[in-house]
Structures are given as structure tokens and as C-alpha cells.
Design a protein around this ligand. Sequence first.
Ligand code: GLU
Length: 497
Amino acid sequence: MLKVRFAPSPTGYLHVGGARTALFNWLHARSKGGKFVLRIEDTDPERSREYFEEDIKKQLEWLGLMWDELYRQSDRADFYGEYFEKLKSEEKIYPCFCDPQKLEEARKKAREKGEPYKYPGTCRKLSREEREQRLRDGQRAAWRFAVPENEDVKWRDFVKGEVVYNTANLEDFVVRRGDGSYTYNYCVVVDDATMGINFVLRGEDHVPNTPKQILLYKALSFDVPEFAHIPLILNKEGKKLSKREGGATVVELHVAGYLPQSVVNWLALMGWSHPEEKEIFKVEELVNRFTVERLNTSPARFDLDKLRYINSVHMKELGFEEFVREFENWIAYVKKEKAYTEDVENLLENVKGVVNRLSKYFVSEKGNVLNLAYLFRENAANFYELVKILLEVLEDKVISDEDRIKFCDNWSKFCEVLYALVENLQGCEWSMESIKATFKLAIKQGCKGKNLYKPFRLVATNLADGPNITEVVYWLGKERVLKRLNNYVKSLSANFN
Ligand code: GLU
């Protein structure tokens, strides 16, 4: 059975690149009836944070990428110890007494000169007696893997095709550090093998690790999994996407109020293409059509405008009830969410601010507000933008002369019929029909088209554009609309006096 994994380090918020790796693994498992493992690689206590682990799980869950099994590397010291002993007893690793600081300096010097650096194998040359003596003396040692000489390490990568590394270019890498902690390459192999992972799909940045890992698999007589290394995501300038790029973490997209299905749709297109070149699809369709053979070989571009477009399409497709559920879930999420970095904190504060302002209206007229939100979803790329629009519509505002001039070339014609409009609306029972009938009355009196709807929309809704005017006016409610129209009438007569 196919078994894949996503293995993030909890040293930061779930990044878009990580979420994409998780998605492709999840899709591969789901489309083939396999299992998807989430493994938290928390062996670096200095940089790992529990709240980042929580974020990774929370955002994966939000995206619907649920795992079948969950592991944490910090719980697995016994496994690492067991296989370490095996490598030691078979003399596939050797102790290295070199000063790590000096080695690091040499590595740095080589890097500065632009030369490759390789551990010179000083301690590999020590005699068995000397090694044992130094260990008995309690000398601190790292343990290095004795890389076989001049051997080709090959694999057929699902994305990159055949990859070959000659061991002449590999150094004897460290398996266990002098402080007793195990290295990434070693833990990954022990974990993947003991968890039964048979397909490793991850970012291209791990390609140089793969030959080392294959050597370890072989040394431990484990089956070597298949590999697929996906190209990285580049930013607009064509450089590697940094974690500081706005919207580059999933939490930012969640806080801004994109729909999870849109984020999944967008992530999928960053590295995979639909067999019919479709741009918009639902998750079920993605599961049905996904194959690793269609993973792209060239790097993907990070493009938030594309997400905005994808989300606006998915938003339009939502039925009212589904929309309300998503919107309310998002509000509840934003209210609860806490920030652990400055970037997220700034965004979250702004979003919480508008959500709190909107909450006031939820108390007294929730149904109306939700209906307005449903109408205005077409004008917003995400829920944060939607709430800002709703506040513009709901909060009272004085229409500036500038706006009047900008949006209507015959404002005086509108003002002529305004009294009749107010009177008619005041006297009627509030319904979409009576609102429509009121517009007809204005038309009969010679005020129509742009000269009617634009100024009416501006006075009644505070905005010059928006969805169907009758519906918007209806859900704004009789009291509010009449108050705004009457205030406007009053301001007109004040100007005359
Ligand atoms: N923990 C590694 C990372 O965050 C991933 C390990 C792997 O996929 O092999 O990059």
C-alpha cells in the first residue's frame, strides 16, 4: 500500500511551500487509497515551538488535509538509538574527534572562496585501537557515516528523471552529533523506513540529501522508497519565495478570509496541471484527477492575484447556507486566533478590528447582515475585504460633494423626484416589490437610468457600485434607508436656506 508523509519542522508558521508539499502528498495518498502520515520534525529544541506545531495542524485541518497517522520525532529517540547501534556494530559509522568549530571555520573559508568543502576524512584514517582508546578516555565524538568510495548513487525521480551522484562528491556526513543528538538525514531514514513510507514527495531543496539517505537505507538494509522532488515556488521577481513575503504563510490566507477550497485549488496549480487545463476545480475533482505524472518540472510562481481570482469564483458558487457557514467559521476563527510573529500580528489586528465593528450589527440584525454579505461577496476577493465593504454599507456616512459630482451628471433631476421616492417608501410595506415600484414611480417622473440608480445607491448604500440595488436596499432595512434618504433631503433644504 502506498504510504506518504509530510514532515514539517515546527520552526515557523505553515508556509505556502510546505502546504503545497502536504497537499500533493495527501492527494497522492487519497487518489491511490494510500495513507498520509504527518511527522513533526521537532529535533531542534532551539528553534522548534509548540505553537508552530499547533499552527501546522490547525491549518492542515482547515485545508481539509487530514492525516491518518501522527508522529513527533522527539518521541522517537529509542528508534534512533537502536539503528545507531546497528550501524556502529557493523562499522558503517566511525567516531570523529575533530573540533566541530574548526571544521566549521574551514567550511566557511571554502565557501568564501567559492570552493566546495568536504570533510577530509581525518578520523576515518584512525586505527581501531586509537578510536577505542579515545572513546574510553571519554573524548567527545560525533559519528560519521563511512561513505563508500567512488560509487554511483542513482534514483529515478518522478519529477526530475534519473539523478546520479558519485560518492566522490559526498563527504562522510554526521549521523550523531557530539552532544548525542541525531541529524536530519539519519532521523528521516529511520523514520521513513520504520513508518513504512514508500514514496517521498518533497521540495527540490532536498535533492542533495537524497544520495546520503539512499546510502543509509542500504546500510540499514531498508527498502529504498521512490522519490519525487518538486521545483520550488518563486516570487514575482523569480527568486526563491521567502517566508517574509506577504501571504506566504497559510495563517495569513486564513486570517484574510480565503476559502479553504480556493487555497487548495490555488496550491494545486503551483506545480500541477489539470489534464484538461482547467483552472477552477473542487477538491473532489482534484482527488479524482490527480497523478504525480502531471507534476510540473519547472518552478511555480507565487501569485496572490491568482488566488484572489480563484477565490472570487469559488465565493460566487457558494449557496447561501454554505456561505453563511464559511463566513461564520471564519469570524469565529479570527476572534480566537493569536499571533506569534509581527507580520501576522499586524494583519490579525486589522482583521479583528473590522470583525469587532461588524459584530455590533450581528446583535441586532444578523439575518440582514448575512444577506448583505451574501450579495456583496461578488465584490470582494476574501472575507476581510467583504467585511470592510459591509461596514461601509452599514455605517452611516455623509455623502461628499465630490462623490455626488463624480457619480451623477444630473443630480438635480434626482433631487426633484427624491421627495416622492421617500414618501412612497415611507408609506409602503417593506418588500422587494414595493422598492421596485418606487423606482418605477421615479422613472415615470422622468428620472431614470444612471441618473436614478447611481445617486440612489450612493445615498442609500454609501457606495456607488454594488450588487442588485433592490436586494441591497431591501436587506439594509426600511428604517436605515429612510433615515439616510431623509437626512439627505434635510441637507438639501439646509443648503437652500
Ligand atoms: N523537516 C524537513 C523540512 O522541514 C522535511 C524533511 C523531508 O521531507 O524529508 O524541510
